[in-house]
Design a protein around this ligand. Structure first.
Ligand SMILES: *Cc1c(COP(=O)(O)O)cnc(C)c1O
Length: 434
């Protein structure tokens, strides 16, 4: 293997990293280059070990190098790595769809694959739009999203996004969407009263808005959103890309409020964090709206080259099997409680901490912004690395999203490291301006 310094230099010469200001990437200390992983630990090319504190960007579920998933992918590799779903089918794609629907909210009966959370969202938006058009309700072309929403980085998903830092520059390229105040059912009701007949669908991250800063919705809000959508005949799209696959303590966030959306987007954890795969689930009612003779042109003209990739589907099947075999959700409950206790004891009392938000294994620790304009979240990340944990903030919000498989001991260590990192990064800081 190439020597580490050479690899790091080549990274800086040739790569362009996502969501990264490359100027500081090139001038900061050399990047951590990950070499391998085991369970919930990542190892870099220098042999340093780190807890995977954000599940390799919110997607790892059962840990890395999980034998059942490794085995399933290797076995599939011995059959075929990729075969198209356009005009053909394959067993892993069929079987994963069955298994996914078996654990999805009741009433969802169809699976349309793609390869990222963003594409799953594009597909849901286009399906909703086309479904209404094909019913002759051509007025229903608009969408409602929530303030601070994040649904991905492709342009349709950005159109229903509400994070100005990421989204506002692209306004001229986007379609308009009405933004409802998150958690405020009254405001949504006003919007629907005014615009209802022109709305095709409402899209929401159920229970927790992730990238917006781990923003929690009050209990009963999602249920109310479903009722309001029904009252105004608006389709409900639940984007479970972050919240799905056990993240909130139930298989899907919708389960907490017994809600079945008309369209549901799943991504991130679907393959246990192994391979890029996403799915848009929907009901027979929506599906039926696309049936007809070819000449009716009711076909959903959409599909990606790697749609339903067999290796990824094999990883997805193994991931769902593990939920059963390892009783992942049952074993997660005491860990969620442990995490709550640790956050209350170790993080909440820190002077720099403004708010601690948790839902299941999704945590946002909001820091008081630094008076000197330093990116305090970023400083905490660097201090955590030095202590052996990889975390990644959202601005001033430190995010903890460990794999569901993390042990009690590692969970304790993650919170301890985070507490020390916050203390170090914020020690001696000037009090923030009042
Ligand atoms: C991450 C995320 C997406 C986008 O998924 P990608 O795989 O990054 O395209 C969409 N919606 C939500 C809620 C997400 O957290």
């Amino acid at each position: 293997m190439r020597i580490p310094a050479e690899l790091a230099a080549a990274d800086r010469r040739h790569l362009w990293h996502p969501f990264t200001q490359q100027r500081s990437w090139e001038s900061d200390e050399p990047p951590i280059v990950i070499d391998h992983a085991e369970g919930t630990t990542l190892y870099d090319i220098y042999g340093n070990a780190y807890i995977d504190g954000v599940s390799s960007l919110w997607c790892n579920v059962h840990g890395h190098r999980e034998p059942a998933i490794d085995g399933a992918v290797k076995a599939q590799l011995d059959r075929v790595a990729h075969s198209t779903m356009l005009g053909l089918s394959h067993a892993p794609g069929i079987e994963l769809a069955e298994r996914l629907l078996a654990v999805a909210p009741p009433g969802l009966s169809r699976v349309f694959y793609s390869d990222s959370g963003s594409t799953a969202v594009e597909i849901a938006l286009k399906m909703a739009f086309q479904w209404w058009a094909q019913r002759g309700e051509t007025e229903r072309t608009g969408f409602i999203c929530l303030e601070n929403a994040y649904h991905g980085d492709t342009l349709g998903a950005v159109s229903v996004g509400g994070i100005d830092l990421f989204h506002s520059l692209y306004r001229p390229l986007l379609f308009d969407a009405w933004q409802a105040r998150a958690g405020d059912a009254g405001h949504l009701e006003e919007l629907l009263d005014e615009h209802g007949p022109r709305v095709a669908a409402l899209i929401i991250e159920p229970l927790v808005q992730g990238a917006g800063g781990m923003l929690m919705q009050p209990e009963g809000y999602l249920r109310r959103v479903r009722e309001l959508c029904d009252a105004h005949s608006v389709l409900l799209i639940c984007d479970e890309v972050a919240t799905g696959l056990g993240r909130t303590g139930a298989m899907f966030a919708c389960d907490h409020e017994n809600v079945t959306p008309d369209l549901m987007c799943v991504g991130k954890g679907l393959t246990g964090g192994y391979l890029p795969l996403a799915a848009t689930l929907t009901t027979e009612r929506i599906y039926d709206g696309f049936l007809g003779d070819y000449e009716d042109f009711r076909t959903f003209f959409h599909g990606h080259t790697y749609t339903g990739n067999p290796l990824a589907c094999a990883a997805g099947i193994a991931t769902l099997e593990l939920f059963e075999h390892k009783r992942t959700l049952a074993r997660l409950q005491p860990k969620i409680e442990l995490l709550t206790r640790l956050l209350t004891q170790r993080i909440g009392p820190l002077p720099a901490v403004a708010d601690v938000r948790q839902r299941g294994f999704m945590v946002g620790i909001e820091l008081i912004p630094s008076a000197d304009g330093n990116r305090v979240g970023h400083q905490v990340t660097l201090a955590a690395r030095a202590r052996g944990a990889i975390i990644r903030p959202l601005g001033d919000v430190v995010v903890l999203m460990p794999p569901l498989a993390i042990s009690d001991g590692e969970l304790r260590r993650l919170v301890t490291i985070t507490a020390s990192a916050i203390a170090e990064a914020t020690s001696g800081r000037l009090p923030a301006a009042a």
